[in-house]
Design a protein around this ligand. Structure first.
Ligand code: ATP
Ligand code: MG
Length: 450
């Protein structure tokens, strides 16, 4: 049965091969993940070695969530295969939230649900099986559900009861979960439930992130039988690790962009995964690499543009029932299409002053990221620099972030929209990596000062 509203069956694909959702932690994600063998190994060792909890950091859309999801899935699969009395079991990702009560509720519910859903994994791995009936009693108890509902978002209308941490702690549910953790995952050799706190940047200010994390330290991060992985975009994780937390969370594993070749492989694998014989790829691997280069290695956005181009092609050829363009024609159509988008984006940014464009172009040529302190010399006055960044930031061409190596320093980074505009400004040339490699080119663990 095929979905009549989807463009993909018409091209011969079961699903969108350019989806920009993170890869799932399952057999499909396992097949589709490319170019991350080293990072997967590093993350698995950090999870498996116990002690301080691992953290992961990298630019937006680079593939952090996919990496973690697939790395954890593979750990689970290994443990089930080995049947050696060790189990690392992923808990579905939790959203960072500044409400401690909400977070704690998410955590205990998530752990309980993952235990219930994976009873077989405990059995096969040779561990004591969780008491599903006991956990289910709590999860299905109407009064308890109503009280916790607002925190979990499923209590709309019914959640009149105030949901405080204290109320939750005294409900008996956390004790039940703790007891199961102690019973089923006794000691480090038995493994752990692996809990992921993703998108730490949602905790808007880092002081907020720090306060929340500190409050959670004794409530959840110290739970025996659990491992925690914090994940966030550039700078945020480093900054959130305060003095008090650095003994709890390890310095981040830095995730940089996939190489050009890996981006090509990523699409090749998806086309194979979802395509039938004779499928017509609107954006073949080589053309995808072109988009990926033009956007300066942002995988998430490159996928989104590939999807957008597919929709355009559908409207131009399939709707009027024209024969689809040949390989060469398709590549040149794509280049023109992207150039048109870039022109339009550049027109939208026409309010930017000439000297601010000069700074923007130099930043692009240097790789797209700079430490503000190192670029001050470029301006006659510090105020001018700050004006340039503000103007470019307001036009969404550049964003400010925290320097991962020094939380008190700021950085400026060209956004995906900014790279599209630069594609216009460089007369449709593809950006080079720049003379100064940015931190993201070198996933160097040793460089973290903490
Ligand atoms: N190693 C990989 N191999 C193939 N595809 C990948 C890989 N990593 C990421 N992707 C794809 O790239 C896109 C972005 O990945 P993901 O969502 O994991 O990035 P992220 O760093 O978590 O982004 P964000 O900062 O927005 O949370 C998704 O479409 C995902 O499927
Ligand atoms: Mg993510």
């Amino acid at each position: 049965m095929s979905n009549p509203f989807s463009i993909w069956p018409q091209f011969g694909f079961a699903e969108n091969p350019y989806s920009n959702l993170n890869l799932p932690g399952d057999t499909v994600g396992d097949r589709l993940l490319v170019g991350r063998d080293q990072e997967v190994g590093q993350l698995q060792r950090r999870i498996g070695s116990m002690g301080t909890h691992p953290t992961v950091e990298g630019p937006a859309g680079v593939g952090k969530s996919s990496l973690i999801g697939v790395a954890c899935y593979r750990m689970l699969r290994e443990c089930v295969r080995a049947k050696a009395g060790t189990l690392f079991l992923p808990v579905p990702s939790m959203q960072a939230t500044s409400s401690i009560a909400e977070f704690e509720t998410q955590a205990f519910f998530g752990i309980a649900q993952a235990m219930i859903a994976n009873v077989d994994a405990f059995r096969v791995a040779g561990l004591t099986v969780p008491d599903v009936a006991r956990l289910n009693n709590w999860l299905n108890d109407p009064t308890f559900r109503q009280a916790q509902g607002s925190a979990l978002g499923f209590g709309a209308g019914g959640g009149a009861a105030p949901n405080t941490s204290e109320g939750f702690a005294s409900s008996g549910f956390p004790q039940a979960v703790r007891a199961e953790l102690d019973r089923c995952l006794p000691g480090p050799g038995a493994g752990a439930m692996v809990c992921l706190v993703d998108n730490l940047e949602l905790l808007q200010t880092t002081s907020e992130a720090r306060t929340t994390l500190e409050a959670l330290r004794d409530r959840v991060f110290n739970l025996s039988g659990t491992r925690w992985v914090l994940c966030g975009s550039r700078g945020i994780v480093s900054r959130a690790r305060s003095e008090r937390l650095s003994g709890i969370f390890e310095a981040p594993l830095r995730v940089g962009p996939l190489t050009y070749h890996s981006s090509l492989l990523a699409v090749e694998r998806r086309l194979e995964e979802y395509g039938s014989d004779g499928a017509y790829a609107p954006v073949p691997p080589k053309s995808f690499e072109f988009i990926y280069r033009a956007l300066n290695r942002n995988l998430r956005d490159a996928m989104a543009y590939a999807q957008q181009f597919s929709e355009w092609l559908y409207g131009e050829y399939i709707v009027p029932m024209e024969p689809l363009p040949s390989t060469e024609r398709r590549a040149s159509l794509l280049a023109t299409w992207l150039a048109d988008l870039a022109d339009a984006a550049h027109t939208d940014a026409r309010g930017i002053q000439r000297r601010h464009w000069q700074f923007f172009d130099q930043l692009a040529e240097a790789g797209g990221t700079c430490r503000l302190s190192e670029w001050e010399a470029y301006f006659s006055r510090q105020q001018n620099m700050s004006n340039a960044i503000t103007a470019l930031d307001e036009a969404r061409l550049v964003s400010r972030s925290v320097d991962p190596d020094n939380a008190s320093r700021s950085m400026a980074t060209i956004t995906p929209l900014g790279w599209l505009v630069y594609f216009h400004r460089s007369r449709y040339g593809l950006p080079s990596h720049g003379a100064n490699p940015t931190v993201d080119d070198v996933p160097d663990e040793a460089s973290d000062p903490s």
